[in-house]
Design a protein around this ligand. Structure first.
Ligand code: KMH
Ligand code: ZN
Length: 281
C-alpha cells in the first residue's frame, strides 16, 4: 500500500476567518501554517490567498509571495486552485494560481454543483481550458469530485486526451448540495474511478470527516484536512489551528501501521516530476 499523502487546506476561497479567527490569511501566516503542517506530516498544501482585508484574492503577486515564503521554509508541494474568484471572472482570472512559480498541482473541479447556498459553476469548456493550462505548465490536476456524475466528465476528458492517466482524484464530500459523506458513497466513488487512479477524500463536518479519513487510511487512499473544509476539531469545538488535524491523522495512521509520505514520496506516488522551481527558494 502506498504511503499516506496528507494534504492540508489552510483556508478556503470563502475566507472562514469570520468563523474562526485562527484561519491564516497573510502570506506570512500561510507560510507558518504550511510549515507547521509539513512538520506534522503534510506533504501537500492546498493554497488560497487573501487581500489585506482578509478577503480571497486571485492576485498572482500575493499568491507568489505566499509560495516563496512557504518554499523558504519547507519542500512541501503547493496545490493551486481554480475554484476561487468572483462569478464574473474569466477562466484565466480564476486560475492565476496555476501560474505560480513552484506550483506542482492544481484543483480541477469536475463540474457544477450547488455548494452550500451558491451554485459553484464549472462548465466543461472552462474545465478543458484549465486542464490544458495545467498541462502546458506541467501542473498535475487534482480532480475534485462533488457528485457521482463528475466522474463521467473525467472519463470524457480522458477519452478526448485532455486528461492523462495516472489520474489523481479528491472526493469533496458532505457539502450541503453535494454527495453525502457516507462510507457507502465513498466506496461507490472508489469503485467507479478508473483503475490505477490515486484518490484522496475530504469531508465537511468532523463526524463525517473522521469516518471517511479512517477508511482512506485503511484502504490505501489519501486524505485532505484543514480549515478550508472543516473548522471544528470535534463537534462544537473549534480547532486551534490546521496542524491539529494533521497531527491527528498522523497518529491514526501510525496506529493503523500506514506510513506517512514525504513530499518526494508524494511526487513519486502521484507521478509528479519535481520542477527545479519547486526547490527551496
Ligand atoms: N472549497 C473546497 C470544498 C478549489 O479550491 O478549487 C473545494 C476546493 C476547490 O478546494
Ligand atoms: Zn480550495
Amino acid at each position: 500500500m502506498d504511503k499516506l499523502i496528507i494534504t492540508v487546506a489552510l483556508g478556503g476561497a470563502e475566507a472562514a476567518r469570520q468563523y474562526n479567527p485562527t484561519v491564516p490569511t497573510t502570506p506570512e501566516q500561510l507560510a507558518d501554517a504550511a510549515y507547521e503542517a509539513y512538520c506534522a506530516g503534510a506533504s501537500i498544501v492546498h493554497l488560497h490567498v487573501y487581500d489585506s482585508e482578509g478577503k480571497p484574492t486571485e492576485d498572482l503577486a500575493t499568491f507568489q509571495k505566499a509560495c516563496d515564503l512557504i518554499h523558504m521554509k519547507c519542500p512541501i508541494l503547493i496545490e493551486g486552485s481554480t475554484g476561487g474568484g468572483r462569478p464574473d471572472f474569466t477562466p484565466d482570472q480564476r486560475s492565476r494560481s496555476i501560474e505560480g512559480r513552484g506550483v506542482e498541482l492544481g484543483t480541477l473541479n469536475m463540474g457544477t454543483v450547488n455548494f452550500f447556498d451558491n451554485p459553484f459553476i464549472n462548465t466543461l469548456p472552462e474545465i478543458e481550458f484549465w486542464a490544458n493550462k495545467m498541462k502546458t505548465r506541467g501542473v498535475k490536476p487534482t480532480l475534485m469530485i462533488f457528485e457521482v456524475g463528475m466522474v463521467r466528465n473525467v472519463e470524457r476528458l480522458v477519452e478526448s486526451g485532455v486528461l492523462e492517466p495516472p489520474l489523481y482524484f479528491d472526493f469533496v464530500m458532505n457539502a450541503p448540495g453535494a454527495i453525502p459523506g457516507t462510507p457507502k458513497n465513498l466506496l461507490h466513488l472508489i469503485e467507479i474511478i478508473p483503475l490505477g487512479s490515486q484518490w484522496s477524500v475530504n469531508a465537511f463536518t468532523p463526524e463525517s470527516q473522521m469516518a471517511l479519513h479512517i477508511m482512506a487510511i485503511t484502504m490505501g487512499g489519501h486524505v485532505r484536512v484543514g480549515f478550508e473544509d472543516n473548522l471544528y476539531y470535534m463537534p462544537g469545538e473549534l480547532a486551534a489551528n490546521n496542524t491539529v488535524f494533521v497531527e491527528r491523522i498522523a497518529r491514526l495512521a501510525k496506529e493503523i501501521g500506514r506510513e506517512i509520505a514525504t513530499p518526494d514520496e508524494a511526487r513519486q506516488i502521484l507521478g509528479i516530476k519535481r520542477k527545479a522551481e519547486a526547490q527551496r527558494v
